[in-house]
Design a protein around this ligand. Structure first.
Ligand code: IPD
Length: 258
């Protein structure tokens, strides 16, 4: 095992795993979409969430057996190499189960210093967002940058928790944000939403209560596109606010989110 692996090779592995998992879930017959609930009646996990994670886990384990892996649907494997993989096998499970577009496979590889490389693959649009720390972000291999819109015209993405109590607080914050911005979207995949900030489709995105597998790859991609990213510290599952915003709106947006 290389002591200092090439981030381009790590990204290549993540991309390969994401594409294979994307093909698996996109082509799944409808009858295999059996669901169970997780933290609340609205927090769904499908058979394909588990199958996608298993496939990704196998690809990464075979290539890098000493790395750790934390997946949304499974247990965690501790790292013996200093590197760990954060995997969301289907981010946007509700969209997926309802046949709505906009779900993704999100994979990031992290060291103690933070995210080194990440990929978010949206099989519904066949879009692959990638980034390597310090080397910019790309969509299908082409460099991308965030927007430079001012807040009154900005389109801001957000997302809502599976917890009813947290949703009530999220609704209160929205009351302050909505009159100050151009419009609001709730795409349904935090990972994709962060990538849409990276390519300028959205001018900002915020959500409370995301887990590291939801945001690790997307936050790196947004940051590498030039967006300001706050609250994306990795480590234990966290409860706070994640914000990604074009620098043109950051100063005006942050005060509305507290
Ligand atoms: C969810 C999506 C959604 C966000 C939720 C996440 P999941 O992830 O990213 O957009 O609002 O907070 O939990 O459950 O589909 O992997």
């Amino acid at each position: 095992m290389t002591a200092n692996p090439d981030p381009r090779e790590l990204l290549g592995l993540a991309r390969r795993a994401a594409h294979q998992a994307g093909a698996l879930v996109k082509n799944a017959p409808v009858h295999s979409l059996d669901t169970a609930t997780k933290s609340s009646p609205t927090d769904l996990v499908s058979e394909m969430d588990r199958a996608s994670e298993e496939l990704i886990r196998g690809i990464i384990r075979r290539a890098r057996p000493d790395d750790g892996l934390i997946g949304e649907e499974g247990g965690s494997k501790p790292s013996e190499s200093g590197l760990s993989w954060l995997v969301d096998p289907i981010d946007g499970t509700v969209n997926y189960l309802r046949g709505l577009p906009n779900y993704s496979i999100s994979i990031a590889v992290v060291s103690e210093q933070g995210a080194m490389a990440g990929v978010v693959y949206d099989p519904t649009l066949d879009e692959t967002f990638t980034a390597i720390d310090g080397h910019g972000a790309a969509l299908n291999g082409n460099p991308i940058t965030c927007s430079s819109t001012a807040l009154p015209r900005a389109v801001i993405g957000t997302g809502f928790s599976y917890s009813a109590a947290r949703r009530a607080r999220q609704a209160q914050v929205l009351v302050g944000v909505l009159p100050a911005v151009g419009d609001i979207r709730r795409p349904g995949s935090a990972a994709v939403s962060l990538c849409w900030v990276a390519c300028g489709r959205l001018d900002g995105f915020f959500e409370t209560g995301l887990k590291p597998w939801d945001f690790a790859a997307g936050a790196l991609i947004a940051r590498e596109s030039g967006a300001d990213v706050r609250g994306a510290e990795l480590g234990e599952p966290r409860d706070e606010l994640l914000v990604a915003s074009a620098p043109s709106i950051t100063a005006d947006l942050y005060p509305l989110l507290s």
